[in-house]
Design a protein around this ligand. Sequence first.
Ligand code: PXG
Length: 440
Amino acid sequence: MPDTARPNSLDAFWMPFTPNRAFKADPRMIVRAEGMHYFTPDGRSILDGTAGLWCVAAGHARPRIVEAIKRAAGELDYSTTFNLGHPLAFEFANRLAGILPDGIDRIAFTNSGSESADTALKIALAYQKARGKPGKFRLIGRERGYHGVNFGGLSVGGIGRNRAAFGPMIGGVDHLPHTLDISRNAFSRGMPEHGVEYADALERLVLLHDASSIAAVIVEPVAGSTGVIIPPKGYLERLRALCTKHDILLIFDEVITGFGRLGAPFASHFFDVRPDIITMAKAITNASVPMGAVAASREIYDTILEASDTPIELFHGYTTSGHPLACAAGLATLDTFREEGLFERAATLAPYWETALHSFRDARHVIDIRNLGLIGGVELEPRSGAPTERALEIYRACFDRGLLIRVTGDIIALSPPLIVEKSQIDQIVDTLRSALNGIA
Ligand code: PXG
């Protein structure tokens, strides 16, 4: 076991979204990863059923990506992209433009999904001002939406617990209803039949606020963090049509759905619905170096540049926007995806994945199963008086049996790396079933 596997103390690291007291009393450590697996300090292998945190899409420690990062670190460790260029940033933006939907190809780099959400919201506001409509300032999110933890994304986000401690949020925000409707859609395979009309709530917000005050709507095409909410058939199309009708920008947060998760480069391709802005992060570098990005339509970019009465057109950016190591990792990630057919692989595996997941239909405690591409959600009945406990026990039981899953509330979320083999899908399902059978 390397020394780093035995830190002297766990006190100093304030862990994110973690019950720090409970974790530090009973820690679980990871020291290495390769392909589909993590390894614990005592050498146990853990099958990664969640691609890290929806992000290690091409599997762990892929040699091409590792080499690219090493090479970049030795060549150009850092150079600002404020008024100075380095080739990798332009090259990576060009390559991303090549896999994004046509015309959504002006790319700003960030360092995370949260920064991408806030960047996208700011671009939407700047665009409305640039086209002479500064009164269009409202931002519409959705209940149960997750757009990270910074104030913009938090404000349009729809997870009460994430917002509760942090004051009034930014002004001028409203929310659409979420589309999870277990009473009508339980155990749907793929996109649920019922709920297209949830999009019509935008008409009500337009009546309430007037379209002349609304800048943008932001949604995840498939909501991940709040427990895998698949859009009802026709919902995204209707939302697009209503945004167009009322001259409102549509932002797709593709931090989870981007980079092949549904079997196409982006969810925009998969659903054949064209937003005006796409945010991404996570798998953009296979999570090997932190990075995010925002792709805006040419119309948005050109409008903001042409309307600017100052040399700098958009007063926004981060010290490490377009960091050389991240760009190198991103380019190598795209190469790996292309060589191994990973943009399409989820589409090939989706039928097997769907059948495997829905084998839980009669398992104990299971009240709904949701799937699309290589995403799966298994919702459990909460234990009476102790919500979330059952799912947490399942999480621990799976880890002890050599499988990493993700739980949120009483929902199990699954999103294996796109390189997963069918036998490993079987292993995920068998392990989860034995964990479900073993708890009260
Ligand atoms: N948008 C979406 C759609 C996300 O899923 C973010 C933005 C924020 O990304 P950063 O890089 O700032 O974390 C996310 C992040 C989970 C889980 O358990 C999901 C995320 C983060 C942590 C946990 O599903 N998604």
